[in-house]
Ligand binder design. Structure first.
Ligand code: GDP
Ligand code: MG
Length: 373
């Protein structure tokens, strides 16, 4: 019979990969990663364990008092899962834009009549394993800008490496950035449609950077793809969802919005347009926001299809109209209860900065410690 991989078995049984790994741990079965294969007898044992567990749960007597017993005071329901936010990085010309364009073209929900696909610096796609948010900003600049400002907007880094070029200086840089940020890495080995593509060479070069591919006995996920033909892109999306599941990403949907500015532009007609990635809570039209030293009353929100949206929850990117001045990419946003409070926060921050500048401590440049701290 065929060997089954850990994540495949989890899918078959309808349980989280994490829970399956816990079963393996309890059985003392060793594994390298979630894509390791299992011996058939181990897989069968797990199947039995899971079905027994389900049987026990079904057969357990209903606790009589449960309905009226008060919940323990400290019991906090876990926040719901949220979509992973993915940044694509890699060396110039290795295919970052092509990959982002391919995913966007093939996966962004049908545009309704009147919808215009527009670049807002981030977009969300639906996949069979749930939504994924991609930051669609040039290279790793956005990644570092955001990190320099103390925010973090990325859960998973996809590093694109062209199979005809292998690891280049900006590949190393991208890997260093992802590592510094403590973000899991998925390697997309691109341009596999080219006759001169050498996937094995890329994998060997990765080993030298201590990223040992799974099929070489390590735990680095590598996915061969072609951003041109689309080959492998579905598997890449599947791996992103898998890593996201292991990361157990959650955020509360209720409560005032928190998030980060992804980009902002000054539109001659519309005024300031800012793309915000909501990270916690829900952002709604007419909310007041503060970001750095600017504030906004949200007058309109649109998604990547140019469609007006009334609210945006965790991991959802939206373009906002309503900032009085351009906010800075990488600055955090917080909600304010009203205009007076929003203005007061901004005034306070300005005063604090001016004070610091007068004392000569506000002018130092960004240091390496800031970048990697
Ligand atoms: P970026 O600089 O990383 O954003 O790279 P681009 O997406 O702009 O791609 C650079 C060049 O490589 C362009 O000419 C693309 O058409 C080409 N390219 C990207 N992906 C593929 C691929 O999978 N196969 C082939 N044959 N060409 C690709
Ligand atoms: Mg590009």
């Amino acid at each position: 019979s065929e060997k089954v991989r850990i994540y495949q078995l989890a899918k078959e049984l309808g349980i989280d990969t994490k829970d399956l790994l816990a079963h393996l741990d309890s059985l003392g079965v060793e594994y390298k990663s979630h894509s390791s294969t299992l011996e058939e007898d181990v897989a069968e044992t797990i199947r039995q364990l899971v079905s027994e567990e389900r049987g026990e749960v079904a057969a357990a007597p209903q606790p009589q008092a449960a309905a009226t017993a008060p919940a323990p005071a400290e019991a906090q329901p876990a926040a719901p899962h949220r979509a992973p936010v993915v940044t694509v990085m890699g060396h110039v010309d290795h295919g970052k834009t092509s990959l982002l364009d391919f995913i966007r073209k093939t996966r962004v929900a049908d545009k309704e009549a009147g919808g215009i696909t527009q670049h807002i610096g981030a977009y969300r796609v639906e996949t069979p394993n749930g939504p994924i948010t991609f930051l669609d900003t040039p290279g790793h600049e956005a990644f570092t800008t955001i990190r320099q400002r103390g925010a973090s907007a990325t859960d998973i880094a996809v590093i694109v490496i062209a199979a005809d070029d292998s690891i280049m200086p900006q590949t190393r840089e991208a890997i260093a950035h992802a590592r510094a940020a403590g973000v899991p890495i998925i390697i997309a080995i691109n341009k596999t449609d080219l006759p001169q593509a050498n996937v094995d060479k890329v994998k060997q070069d990765l080993m030298r950077l201590e990223l040992v591919p799974e099929d070489y006995g390590g735990d680095t996920i590598t996915v061969p793809i072609s951003a041109k033909t689309g080959a492998g892109v579905d598997q890449l999306l599947e791996m992103i969802s898998l890593v996201a599941e292991l990361e157990d990403l959650r955020a509360p949907v209720d409560g005032p919005a928190e998030g980060v500015i992804i980009e902002s532009v000054l539109d001659k007609r519309a005024g300031v347009l800012a793309t915000v990635l909501v990270q916690k809570g829900t952002l709604r039209v007419a909310d007041y926001l503060v970001s750095g030293e600017v504030w906004a009353k949200v007058r309109r929100m649109t998604d990547e299809n140019g469609q007006t949206v009334a609210e945006a929850g965790p991991s959802v990117p939206v373009q906002i109209l309503g900032f009085s001045e351009q906010p800075v990419a990488g600055d955090k946003i917080v909600s304010a209860p009203d205009e007076a409070t929003a203005k007061a926060i901004v005034a306070e921050r300005r005063a604090a900065r001016e004070e610091a500048e007068r004392e000569g401590i506000g002018k130092k440049g960004v240091t390496l410690a800031d970048l990697f701290g």
